[in-house]
Write a protein that binds this ligand. Structure first.
Ligand code: FES
Length: 152
């Protein structure tokens, strides 16, 4: 193999290797799981309009739906504001996604498994990760027709 051929072949190999690693790092979601992007300001993620849902999307007790940075959870039958809870949807620790676990009646982080009560209180801090978390913000809600809005 001539020197010119060698340089071309090696250059192509290096280019492919670098492209692969660059693509992998760009697609990496974080250290070990689900992570939301953006700053968690606790403002509900409203950009001029408040997060809201149609209550028809969470018809059963335990159902949940995220809108913006707010997690809406149905906690009781009926269609009054007391049938719902609206909390931060993004974990204060390192921005993991929060989901409601109905059979335990807790909200759990999908990144480091911190757990919170429905009133926002911390039940358990981050697991296998440094740092701590804080209580979640709980928003009052307003119901207009079937539209439930979080007052962020
Ligand atoms: S991001 Fe939620 S516990 Fe770490």
């Amino acid at each position: 193999m001539k020197r010119k051929e060698f340089v071309i072949k090696m250059g192509t190999g290096v280019l492919v290797a670098c492209s692969g690693s660059c693509l992998l790092s760009a697609c990496s979601p974080g250290d070990d799981g689900i992570q939301n992007t953006g700053e968690n300001t606790g403002d509900g993620g409203n950009n001029g309009s408040k997060p809201s849902i149609d209550i028809g999307v969470i018809p059963e007790v335990g159902d949940q739906r995220k809108s913006g940075r707010v997690l809406f959870i149905r906690i009781d039958t009926g269609n009054s504001t007391s049938s719902f809870v609206a909390l931060e949807a993004i974990c204060p620790h390192q921005s993991g996604a929060l989901v409601y676990v109905p059979d335990q009646q807790i909200v759990q982080c999908q990144l480091h498994a911190a757990q919170y009560e429905l009133d926002g209180d911390v039940v358990r801090g981050p697991q296998n990760s440094s740092g701590s978390t804080r209580d979640l913000k709980v928003y009052t809600t307003a119901l207009s027709g079937t539209t439930l809005t979080a007052n962020t």
